[in-house]
Design a protein around this ligand. Structure first.
Ligand SMILES: [Zn+2]
Length: 618
């Protein structure tokens, strides 16, 4: 077996947001060893060029400096050298997200993709990383939260970090939270365990016998007991969904690394952990017992990332086996890996009893409404959206609503439609759960990649149904699915309502078909112009700052109110600045379309109601 690649990572200057990282290769390529940093992080399909954060870098061999130069945007070449090479480099860490690294005097967070250079040719070598606490007594109370396996811990000595002073422990329990040496079987594993350091809140629970940890960084007042009890329900429903007989989880331990901030939302999945960023007010408070909208959003996010433990971390597109971290990895299947995960994240909340059926219908209705509101769905299929995620979904601009469809939102709708189709056409004998379990058995347990169109093939085999037309329309086409008829098959009625029109005799609200950005000085700045809208027909463009309607000043706050004093069909003169030039536009006001989706449950027919119960409360 190859000798291990050894790393150290040390938050050398938290105030300047600088980590110092070293990597040592004992038997480098004698012709010149190359090292490279990934250009993207799995789970977030965009080229991020993490090497841009490497500030300084130098190389040594036998204590002497050796030549090291960059040969492309993400690769360095050192040597030639006949003995061990050590690279020492600084990484700037000030990315307030779950995708890169962040360091200040309150905490440190990193993903291996942003900090650990890979010695090329050593992809399969075991890795060891010594994770160190920042120097100084103010950091004496810092601990570590990570799902990496710990092999050795530093002896805590008067709260200071003494490199080289170690206990002789083979493998520590993973919840020791002590600084020290961690190991990974290879580079792929090394970079799939994000690390949090600091003075986080920590709690544990067991789900189907597997220890689960919750670590929250940032000021918060979360009720940890309730949070653990609720997460446990979500985890157990998901483990049993994939392994109903054995209730065996695919990991030995799991960490929810949560970063509570004033305003933030996002998560990234890993094989035995997830990094989440959320509003601190979305976490459950000790005195509130209901699941409000904020906490529901948080639980949905946690449920989503946890579901990825199976769906995308183990059941993977073949295009990701292995990941090529030097360039885009193309697949047309993100509608399944992200969309079906989005379908199940909320479904698990109702199945675990955290929300009721009505609350679940609200979530589905919101999603259907979002999909149907964007005309981009008529131009791009979810297969195309998946393929182009790198340049379109992840790099959205003012025209995105008119040009693209979200493989998350429409993918979740396809998951719902497929589930209801299977239930209806097999008279309840099969469901999407059977398809997920079949994918898990065929591809997930051994992490063999799912070939393109592999999901469709398994769905047809396991249900015995001919689903070719379903997939042709839903996944590869741009025509709308008949979701109302499918919901009807489980005794749910779908209706479209005009937002802001409560009663039949209320006036029809008007619209000009734009989105106004929330600007700090209340300017009514147009951020998006929707296809087929009155503003687009009149020539209003994204970036225009609307200042008056028929000569009366408006702001972001008052524009809509001003327009609503006119009837449908009226013409108004809109005054706006573009590149500081004043322009005016003659806009014919349109009726606001019925774009709010409303779902209601019916008591009949009895079979449909029974099918609904089997779906939501199996
Ligand atoms: Zn996801």
């Amino acid at each position: 077996m190859a000798s291990p690649v050894r790393y150290t990572i040390f938050p050398r200057n938290p105030a300047a947001h600088l980590f110092e990282v070293t990597v040592t290769v004992s038997d480098p390529d004698p012709a010149g060893q190359r090292f490279s940093l990934p250009v993207w992080i799995p789970g977030s399909y965009m080229i991020r060029e993490f090497a841009k954060n490497v500030v300084t870098l130098h190389a040594e061999c036998g204590g002497n400096p050796i030549a090291c130069e960059k040969i492309d945007k993400a690769t360095w070449q050192c040597g030639p050298a006949a003995a061990a090479i050590t690279l020492t480099y600084e990484v700037y860490a000030w990315d307030l997200s779950v995708r890169a690294a962040h360091l200040d005097e309150s905490h440190a967070f990193f993903n291996g993709t942003g900090v650990f250079l890979l010695p090329l040719g050593f992809e399969n070598a075991p890795c060891e990383v010594d994770i160190q606490r920042p120097a100084g007594t103010r950091y004496a109370g810092w601990e570590i939260a990570t799902s990496l396996s710990q092999t050795q811990a530093l002896v805590p000595l008067s709260g200071t970090n003494v490199p080289g002073s170690r206990t002789d422990v083979d493998v520590l329990p993973n919840d020791s939270k002590q600084f020290g040496t961690f190991s990974a079987a290879n580079y792929d594993e090394l970079i799939d365990h994000p690390v949090e350091m600091g003075t986080f809140t920590h709690a544990t629970f067991e789900a189907c016998g597997v220890p689960h940890h919750v670590a929250i960084t940032g000021k918060h007042r979360a009720d940890m007991t309730r949070l653990c009890a609720d997460l446990k329900k979500i985890c157990e429903v998901q483990i049993r969904l994939f392994e109903p007989e054995t209730a065996a989880a695919p990991m030995q331990q799991y960490w929810f690394l949560i970063w509570a901030v004033g305003d933030g939302y996002g998560g990234l999945e890993h094989r035995a952990s997830t990094a989440l960023i959320c509003n601190r007010d979305d976490l459950p408070s000790t005195h509130e017992k209901k699941v409000g909208a904020g906490y529901r959003r948080f639980l949905g996010l946690a449920s989503h990332e946890y579901f990825h433990t199976w769906n995308v971390k183990r059941i993977k597109p073949a295009a990701f086996v292995p990941y090529d971290l030097t360039q885009e990895n193309y697949t047309r299947q993100l509608w399944f890996f992200e969309g079906f995960t989005s379908y199940y994240d909320d479904l698990v909340l109702v199945r675990s009893g955290l929300i009721d059926s009505l609350g679940y219908l609200e979530l589905i209705a919101e999603n259907i409404g979002r999909v149907m509101a964007q005309s981009g769905r008529t131009r791009q299929s979810v297969a195309e959206s998946s393929f182009d995620a790198w340049v379109k979904y992840y790099r959205q601009d003012e025209n995105s609503p008119n040009a693209i469809v979200s493989y998350y939102q429409k993918g979740a709708m396809i998951g719902l439609a497929l589930d209801l189709t299977i239930r209806q056409r097999t008279s309840g004998a099969k469901s999407l759960d059977d398809v997920m379990r079949a994918l898990w058995r065929s591809y997930g347990r051994e992490a063999i990649g799912v070939p393109e169109r592999g999901v469709e093939a398994i769905a047809g085999q396991i249900t015995g149904l001919d689903l070719k037309d379903f997939f042709a329309r839903a996944v590869y086409g741009t025509a709308d699915m008949d979701i109302a008829a499918l919901l009807n098959s489980v005794a749910i009625d779908l209706a479209w309502r005009v937002p802001g029109k409560a009663k039949d005799d209320d006036p029809v609200p008007v619209t000009i078909g734009v989105k106004i950005a929330a600007e700090p000085n209340h300017d009514a700045k147009v951020s998006q112009v929707f296809d087929g809208g009155a503003a687009q027909a009149a020539g209003v463009s994204a970036g225009d700052v609307v200042i008056a309607v028929d000569g009366l000043r408006v702001s972001a706050v008052t524009l809509e109110k001003r327009l609503r004093s006119y009837p449908v069909g009226a013409h108004v003169t809109l005054s706006a600045f573009r590149r500081d030039e004043m322009m005016s536009f003659d806009v014919a006001l349109q009726a606001l379309p019925a774009q709010t989706c409303a779902l209601t449950m019916q008591d009949t027919p009895i079979e449909a109601k029974a099918r609904r119960n089997a779906w939501l409360l199996p």
